[in-house]
Design a protein around this ligand. Structure first.
Ligand code: PGA
Length: 255
C-alpha cells in the first residue's frame, strides 16, 4: 500500500516571517496526523528557518529546484548539499513553470534527478501537458516524453526513491482541476511506462501525486482513484487552514 504524500509548493511566496507563521500554524494543526507524508517547499531564503521551525514535527521540507553541480562558479544556483544543509529532505524537479520560464528541459531534469538521488534527497519530478497539447490529443505523448526524458540511466533502485507529480499545465493556478478520471488515466499510464522500463514491482511502488488547483473540496475525490497517491499543492498550500484541511482529508481517506 503506497503512503499518500501531500506537498506544498509555495513558489515565489512568503518572506521569512510569513513562512515562520505558516509552518507554526501547520505544526500545531497537524501534530496528530498519521498515515500521510507531509512536505512544504518554501523559497530558498526561508528553507532553513522553516526546517528549524518544523523540528520535532513530522512535516518535512523540500527545495523547489537544484543544480546538478556540487559547488563552484554557478551564480544563482543551489546544490544538493546546500539544500540538505538547510534541512531539506525533498526537492521538486522540472516544475512546468521552470520548463516554461527558465528553459528547463528533459535533459536538465534528468541531470538534476540523478544528482538529487545520488545526494540523498527525495525528488518530486513534475510532468504534464499544456492545454494546446491536450486539445491536440497529445497528452500521453507529452507525458511519456517527460517521464522517459527524466528517467534516462536511472536505475530500478533509484526509481523506487523517486516521486512523480502529474501536473497538467492547464490546471495549475487556474481553478480548473483535472477530473479524477482525467488524473487517473494519466497516472495509470505513468505507472505503465515504469512497469515497461523497470518492473511490475517498481510500477506498483512508485508514488504519483496529482497537482493543479487542488483544494480541500476536491482532494478526496482525487484520492479515491487507485493510482493517485497524493497531491502537489500550490495556491492552497499558502494558507494554514486550506493546507491543514487537504492533509486531514488525505489522512481520513487512507485511515
Ligand atoms: P496550484 O499549483 O495548486 O496553485 O494549481 C500547483 C503546482 O504548480 O504545483
Amino acid at each position: 500500500m503506497r503512503k499518500p504524500i501531500i506537498a506544498g509548493n509555495w513558489k515565489m511566496n512568503k518572506t521569512i516571517k510569513e513562512a515562520f507563521e505558516l509552518v507554526n500554524g501547520l505544526k500545531k494543526n497537524l501534530s496528530g496526523v498519521k498515515g500521510v507524508d507531509m512536505v512544504v517547499c518554501p523559497p530558498f531564503t526561508s528553507l532553513s528557518e522553516t526546517s528549524n521551525a518544523l523540528k520535532g514535527s513530522s512535516i518535512k521540507t523540500g527545495g523547489q529546484d537544484l543544480f546538478w553541480e556540487e559547488k563552484g562558479a554557478y551564480t544563482g544556483e543551489i546544490s544538493v548539499s546546500m539544500l540538505k544543509d538547510a534541512g531539506a529532505d525533498y526537492v521538486i524537479i522540472g516544475h512546468s513553470e521552470r520548463r516554461q520560464f527558465f528553459n528547463e528541459t528533459n535533459d536538465s531534469v534528468n541531470k538534476k534527478l540523478k544528482r538529487a538521488l545520488a545526494g540523498g534527497l527525495t525528488p518530486i519530478v513534475c510532468v504534464g501537458e499544456r492545454l494546446a497539447e491536450r486539445e491536440a490529443g497529445d497528452t500521453f505523448k507529452v507525458v511519456e516524453d517527460h517521464v522517459q526524458g527524466a528517467l534516462k540511466a536511472i536505475t530500478e533502485k533509484e526509481i523506487l526513491n523517486t516521486i512523480f507529480a502529474y501536473e497538467p499545465v492547464w490546471a495549475i493556478g487556474t481553478g480548473k482541476t483535472a477530473t479524477p478520471e482525467q488524473a487517473e488515466e494519466v497516472h495509470a499510464f505513468i505507472r505503465k511506462i515504469i512497469g515497461r522500463q523497470y518492473s511490475k514491482e517498481a510500477a506498483s511502488a512508485v508514488r504519483i501525486q496529482y497537482g493543479g488547483s487542488v483544494t480541500p473540496e476536491n482532494i478526496s475525490s482525487l484520492l479515491d482513484k487507485p493510482d493517485v497517491d497524493g497531491a502537489l499543492v500550490g495556491g492552497a498550500s499558502l494558507k494554514v487552514d486550506t493546507f491543514t484541511e487537504i492533509v486531514r482529508r488525505a489522512a481520513d481517506k487512507r485511515a
